[in-house]
Ligand binder design. Structure first.
Ligand code: FAD
Ligand code: UDP
Length: 371
């Protein structure tokens, strides 16, 4: 009898496994249907010996000291500020759009924030109620820049026009009037020094934790006695799609190792206006690894395949709410993480959510003893 069965060895499951094992001194079996731990953050040395991310580039960034302090128990860090270029009208320009981007695209010499703001204001289109991913961009920077930077990328990435997506999606990418060309501005921006998988190994190395890989919850749920369950997979799957399928967007990754030291100028180059893929990322920028070869990944959005992204729009949220209501009535089961709570969360937000869930468990779930 395990005290806890945890489904999914990504951030949500692994943080809770560690907390429960270390703080409650209870037994945990953590399972994953994939052949490895670390969920979508899984990284590995490929056949050429280059450290790469199997599920696309993962850059850690957060404003929370508490989350960094927690993860720092399991890893040292390498400082890394991600930069992204976009291939726009045959030029490579910084993304998010900043003053340098505007000057390069329009052959201007705007020198101050005020000048850049005036340029954007002159193009912005008033939108009465800002609801969609189109509204939020067009109202700030106008239709032309929206079409160059956002429309094509978003349509590829989500299989939907930005007007059909919640404003929160494109709001993730700001527009700047200064010349800060970093993708993120969080106070902490770093990569686990020896990779994510190594960090997860250390997180899960507690003697109270057992790991079972290549194991789907459905296959083992009746075989493994447990008192409580933490589920971090897709919530609709847990309930056998009772109300219908929640849409998740997937990606196909094409990983290529090249016999050259460097492929591109920055960690990621986006292709908003052309190509079937959305972006190409080169890991050596992120990891700082020195190697005579380099590995890059192309991301091709796809309607089928592993669920990676919940799709933020009203009708999906309404369907999720039905599953959430069911989840709240389901005793002794906790739903945590990007797939189980249907939230477009970054890694740090999932860690924060898991730590908050642990605090609730401490308050509400009595410590039982004996089998
Ligand atoms: P996951 O990592 O998906 O883990 C869930 C695990 O549960 C999976 O391993 C799955 O196999 C397992 N599972 C599901 N169902 C079952 C079942 N029935 N039985 C057994 N196992 C099951 N975030 C950032 O902060 N920075 C980034 O740069 C960044 N880049 C990203 C790039 C891409 C391409 C993607 C897709 C995501 C990116 N993210 C990034 C988001 C990040 O991946 C997630 O926030 C994080 O991995 C979510 O952790 P999780 O534990 O909720 O889910
Ligand atoms: N986006 C865009 N053009 C870009 C970059 C992003 O239109 O060059 C939009 C797109 O809809 C994308 C969203 O902004 O899905 C969020 O971008 P982010 O880089 O945060 O995506 P993620 O890394 O989560 O895939």
């Amino acid at each position: 009898m395990y005290d806890w069965l945890i489904v999914g060895a990504g951030f949500a499951g692994s943080v809770l496994a560690e907390r429960i094992a270390a703080e409650r001194d209870q037994s945990v079996l953590i399972i994953d249907r994939r052949p490895h731990i670390a969920g979508n953050a899984y990284d590995k040395y490929d056949d050429a010996g280059v450290l790469m991310h199997q599920y696309g580039p993962h850059i850690f960034h957060t404003n929370s000291d508490q989350i960094v302090d927690y993860l720092s128990k399991f890893t040292e860090w390498r400082k890394y500020e991600h930069r992204v270029l976009g291939m726009i009208d045959g030029k490579t320009v910084p993304i998010p759009i900043n003053r340098t981007t505007i000057n390069a695209l329009y052959d201007l010499d705007l020198k101050t924030d005020e000048e850049a703001q005036a340029f954007l204001d002159s193009r912005a289109e008033p939108v009465e109620t800002i609801k969609t991913s189109e509204d939020v961009v067009v109202s700030k920077i106008g239709r032309e820049l929206y079409e160059k930077f956002f429309k094509g990328y978003t349509t590829k990435q989500w299989g939907l026009d930005p007007s059909e997506l919640d404003k929160s999606v494109t709001s993730r990418v700001p527009t700047r009037t200064n010349t800060d060309d970093r993708y993120f501005t969080d106070t902490h921006q770093c990569m686990p020094k020896h990779g994510y998988t190594r960090m997860f190994e250390r997180m899960l190395s507690h003697p109270n934790i057992k790991i079972m890989l290549n194991a789907d919850y459905r296959e083992i749920r009746d075989e493994i006695p447990h008192r409580r369950l933490i589920f971090t997979g897709p919530i609709d799957e847990f309930f056998d799609f009772r109300f219908g399928r929640l849409p998740y967007r997937s990606l196909k990754f094409k990983h290529v190792t090249l016999d050259q030291e460097k492929y591109q100028e920055t960690g990621t180059v986006n292709y908003p206006m052309s190509e079937d893929y959305t972006r190409i990322s080169e890991y050596k920028h992120l990891t700082g690894q020195e190697h005579h070869k380099t590995t890059i990944t192309y991301e091709y959005p796809s309607a089928t395949g592993d669920p990676y992204y919940p799709i933020p729009r009203d009708e999906n949220q309404a369907l999720y709410k039905k599953y959430q209501a069911l989840a709240m009535q389901t005793e002794n089961v906790h739903f945590v993480g990007r797939l189980a709570t249907y939230r477009y969360y970054n890694m740090d937000q999932v860690v924060g959510q898991a730590l908050a869930e642990f605090r609730r468990i401490q308050e509400q779930v009595p410590l039982w003893t004996g089998v």
